[in-house]
Write a protein that binds this ligand. Structure first.
Ligand SMILES: C[S@@+](CC[C@H](N)C(=O)[O-])C[C@H]1O[C@@H](n2cnc3c(N)ncnc32)[C@H](O)[C@@H]1O
Length: 262
């Protein structure tokens, strides 16, 4: 399905679309590895066995991935028996997902669009997930209520993204890894516009933990679990935006596991 509503899209969705279309090639190799690997999560590759974010058997479930990128999380769900929709803002990311789905013989419905507005009726899905998709790139005050709308009562929403601590310790105008200086205010965190030394730019979103909890409460989600991810080992190696030493001492990522209130 072609996204024909480009003129209606918020500025940050267009900016992030340009970012992901420009960088999609850099995510192909990682996507290919994840398609054939065992499910693992976040920048430290925490095994699914430790976090148990996916139901072991998803037979008969309707699942959606919000910001599916190269589609490997969608594939993991399809391999567990779910019928899966992946929606993504970048046509070039979806091109990789489509190719890999074809090569692996996995049936996915892949849609180009802004997952703050999902083209499905209320209560259509049993399970929704985002791993670094809308979880960080879309406005939570839009996408969380939208995920709630398309879930059945009792349905789960799981999302993984940067921990709020990262947002106040990482420069918005540099690729340098996170440090231990508090650079930005914690309170009031919401929209973060960044640009780097190479002229690249994007908009991410995050909230204080109390604002996340308040949003879940007012939207109608109960919190089932909350994980703060830690690097399993210390070391100088930097992955994406943090060294292992930093990430062994401080959480780089958070995972919220929510249930739509019946
Ligand atoms: C880091 S990828 C995460 C997806 C997947 N886990 C992966 O690594 O391939 C982020 C994805 O979120 C998508 N995205 C960003 N904003 C979005 C939005 N508003 N609606 C749908 N997808 C969005 C981007 O296009 C990109 O493909």
């Amino acid at each position: 399905m072609l996204d024909t509503t480009m003129t209606d899209l918020p500025d940050y969705v267009l900016k992030n679309r340009a970012h992901w279309d420009r960088h999609a090639d850099q995510w192909v190799a990682g996507g290919e590895r994840a398609w054939v690997g065992n499910p693992s999560w976040g920048i430290w590759g925490i095994p699914e066995a430790d976090l148990q974010l996916l139901p072991g058997d998803m037979t008969g479930m309707r699942a959606i991935e919000l910001g599916c990128g190269t589609g490997y999380v969608s594939a993991w769900m399809a391999q567990r028996g779910a019928s899966v929709v992946g929606i993504d803002n970048s046509e070039r990311q979806l091109a990789t997902a489509r190719r890999l789905a074809g090569e692996h013989g996995v049936d996915l419905e892949l849609i180009h669009g802004n997952a703050e507005e999902v083209p499905f009726p209320d209560g259509h899905f049993d399970y929704a997930i985002s791993e670094y998709g809308v979880a960080i790139w879309a406005d939570p005050y839009k996408w969380i209520p939208e995920a709630h709308r398309v879930l059945v009562p009792g349905g789960r929403l799981v999302f993984l993204g940067n921990h709020p601590l990262v947002m106040i310790t990482q420069h918005n105008d540099s690729d340098a890894p996170v440090g231990t200086e508090l650079l930005y205010p914690y309170f009031g965190m919401h929209r973060i516009d960044w640009h780097d030394e190479n002229g690249d730019e994007g908009t991410e979103f995050n909230l204080t933990i109390s604002d996340w909890v308040s949003l879940f409460n007012t939207t109608g989600f109960d919190i089932v679990d909350y994980h703060e991810l830690q690097s399993p080992t210390t070391g100088q190696e930097v992955r994406f935006y943090a060294s292992m030493d930093w990430a062994h001492a401080f959480p780089t990522e958070q995972v919220w596991v929510l249930r739509k209130r019946a």
